[in-house]
Design a binder for this molecule. Structure first.
Ligand SMILES: Cc1cc2nc3c(=O)[nH]c(=O)nc-3n(C[C@H](O)[C@H](O)[C@H](O)COP(=O)(O)OP(=O)(O)OC[C@H]3O[C@@H](n4cnc5c(N)ncnc54)[C@H](O)[C@@H]3O)c2cc1C
Length: 599
């Protein structure tokens, strides 16, 4: 089984050369004080050791043992508790947390790279702290000072964990249907009652308390989504930082599922459990979106992590496995067979996976950069622009990265042939573990609806114009700059121009049909995919410019390989954008023609 090798060189190149974080961070006071490039690299190196040395070795055993439920008590697989204690002691739970409450205040650009290494090592383990970080974000943004002061330090430190309780048996995508109730009580808090299902980390044995963020409705709530409020409900009540009495929160069972078997997926029962309102009554969904947006990017990164691990395994195997003879220079006549890496189809699979991973990593960092500007910058215009980009691009990241993550893990498995299907090499676990990422945190179909409906049609393409304007400026700057005639870069930029023009035309077409709900709904996923490939063209141009510039001072083969992957992307993957565009242009009449009862 392949050992995880943290892709630190690529991460460092992206941070330093592509996104020039030294300059970015120096220009934002809060970040200039918190971090510089050397510190960032040291943190990533330590994170890589933690992920590969401590967390990755628990991946296979965790999958085999799974989380277990007995009489309401959930036990995580052997080694998880100890590993979590080390994780917590290292302060990793508060990496991007608010320093006022004991967090380290690091930029999200570091957070996404840390998350990627963790997911690559062990998706199940990583879900426990990731849910906690998302809850901290929502609590910090919308909770009262009292709640923040009481809970945040203990969540950042790993003394306690958190969960996100939205889903109910009859209410998944449509949260307006939830039935959980919140009744005001004499102590000024609320009695929360209801059943939530599919709750990740709803119960476990990693630490002493679990803080549930629960969506529920007040007795006089408006119908639908407008009536939802958000509550903090501890598993064990807390007073003056000490645990007191159990809070009538119980875990009825855990799910038996396809993958992420070491992550507990719980049925949670709340029976007049004491809860505290977070934010305003009736604004619960908006507050929860702070957590959900964070989790959406994080789940996208699960796709990258699993894809990276699949690539590492497949590339190593392809260089060793001898099958069939290669062609021309790729044929070693002294041997009976050549390593499968020489065969075109195997190279297609490896390069697709690598381009998926590296393109996604760059795009995740690009969005993280916008999140950092939105959070830390003092420049209002920059913040407004960054917020528009985050809103527009978060659904793209969640869905596109996880779709590509599944594609990459399947391709990685395919490179192994039959050996990818059996357990020994770990490839089938990656496929099983990444599959859920397309489903939870809002299915990828729902992400696509969010993009096409709320983020594009509802604001008449305003956020898209911000994004398109930035990319067009980037292309103009290139064309007026010293590398304009570069024989490798110029064709890439020509393709980027075409790609953005095509996406612009497609967006206008969507806007012109926006009054027809079926056109939006039926075209949403294809639009998101076209959007994803066009965005990756932007990322690959940015990355390639940085590689060509770096080659002026360095003959590091990494740089040449980066350009080769970029060229593969433009030649072999970007054309997919056109296929999605053609499908959308055909309209949805063929999709809506069949009567419902004929399915
Ligand atoms: C392992 C696991 C962990 C989870 N963790 C959590 C957690 O921690 N907290 C939590 O609250 N929930 C969690 N969930 C729940 C998860 O977020 C939901 O399963 C998901 O949002 C989909 O809801 P659903 O399963 O009810 O599907 P449904 O909402 O019933 O959807 C079924 C299908 O219909 C589609 N669909 C629905 N509405 C529309 C529409 N308007 N237009 C087009 N298509 C539509 C969906 O895309 C989907 O393909 C978890 C689920 C699993 C399996």
């Amino acid at each position: 089984m392949t050992e995880f090798k943290p892709p630190l060189q690529d991460m460092s190149f992206l941070l330093k050369n592509v996104f020039d974080v030294q300059q970015l961070w120096q220009g934002i006071d809060a970040l200039a004080e918190a971090v510089d490039v050397d510190t960032a690299e040291a943190i990533l190196e330590e994170a890589g050791k933690l992920a590969s040395g401590l967390i990755a070795p628990l991946n296979r055993s965790g999958d085999e043992e799974g989380a277990n439920w007995h009489d309401g008590v959930v036990t995580t697989p052997a080694g998880f508790k100890e590993a979590f204690a080390t994780f917590a002691e290292g302060g990793w739970g508060g990496l991007c947390g608010d320093p006022e409450f004991g967090g380290m205040g690091m930029p999200k650009m570091l957070g996404v790279l840390f998350d990627e290494m963790m997911y690559a090592s062990n998706s199940s383990f990583t879900l426990y702290p990731t849910l906690t970080s998302g809850a901290c974000l929502a609590l910090n943004a919308h909770g009262s000072d009292e709640l923040r002061g009481q809970y945040l330090p203990n969540l950042y430190s790993g003394r306690w964990s958190a969960s996100m309780c939205l889903t109910e048996p009859h209410s998944g995508t449509d949260l307006g249907l939830i039935r959980s109730k919140a009744v005001p009580n004499a102590q000024g808090s609320y009695d929360i009652s209801g059943t939530k299902i599919f709750i990740t980390g709803g119960e476990h044995d990693l630490n002493e308390n679990i803080i549930h963020l629960v969506l529920a409705k007040l007795p006089d709530a408006a119908p639908g989504a407008r009536g939802i409020s958000l509550f903090l409900v501890p598993k064990i009540n807390v007073e003056n930082d000490q645990l007191t009495t159990p809070n009538n929160v119980s875990c009825g069972s855990i799910e038996h599922k396809m993958g992420i078997k070491a992550s507990s997926t719980c049925v949670m029962n709340f029976d007049q459990s004491k809860g505290y309102l977070i934010g305003e009554a009736g604004k619960g969904l908006a507050c929860m979106f702070t957590m959900m947006n964070y989790e959406r990017l994080s789940i996208g990164i699960q796709g990258i992590g699993c894809g990276e691990m699949a690539y590492q395994g497949a590339a190593e195997y392809a260089k060793e496995r001898l099958q069939s003879k290669g062609v021309g220079e790729n044929r070693d006549k002294s041997k009976e067979a050549d390593p499968i890496v020489v065969h075109g189809d195997v190279r297609r699979m490896l390069l697709t996976t690598r381009a998926n991973n590296e393109g996604s990593r760059a795009f995740a960092l690009y969005i993280a950069k916008q999140l950092d500007i939105a959070k830390f910058s003092d420049d209002e215009a920059q913040k407004t622009k960054a917020n528009s980009l985050v809103a527009l691009l978060t659904p793209v990241a969640k869905a596109f990265f996880t779709d590509l993550g599944l594609e990459s893990t399947i391709l990685g498995q395919q490179v192994f042939g039959g050996h990818g299907y059996i357990r020994e090499w770990g490839m089938e676990q990656l496929v099983r573990d990444v599959r859920i990422a397309q489903i939870y945190e809002g299915t990828n179909g729902i992400q696509a609806l969010d993009l096409i409906g709320r983020k594009v049609a509802m604001n008449k393409g305003a956020d898209f114009e911000v994004y398109r304007g930035e990319i067009n400026q980037f292309i103009s700057d290139f064309n007026a700059g010293p590398l304009a005639g570069d024989e490798r870069l110029a064709p890439m930029f020509a393709k980027l121009s075409q790609s953005i023009e095509s996406l612009d035309g497609l967006t206008k077409l969507i806007l012109s049909r926006a009054s027809d709900g079926n056109e939006l709904n039926g075209n949403a996923v294809d639009y998101l995919n076209a959007f994803g490939y066009a965005s990756f063209a932007y990322m690959w141009c940015m990355t390639s410019v940085a590689a060509v510039e770096a080659q002026q001072h360095s003959d590091n083969p990494y740089l040449e390989n980066k350009l080769k992957v970029a060229e593969f992307f433009f030649a072999r993957l970007l054309p997919k954008q056109q296929a999605y565009t053609t499908s959308i242009e055909a309209g949805v009449s063929s999709m809506m023609a069949m009567p419902n009862d004929m399915f």
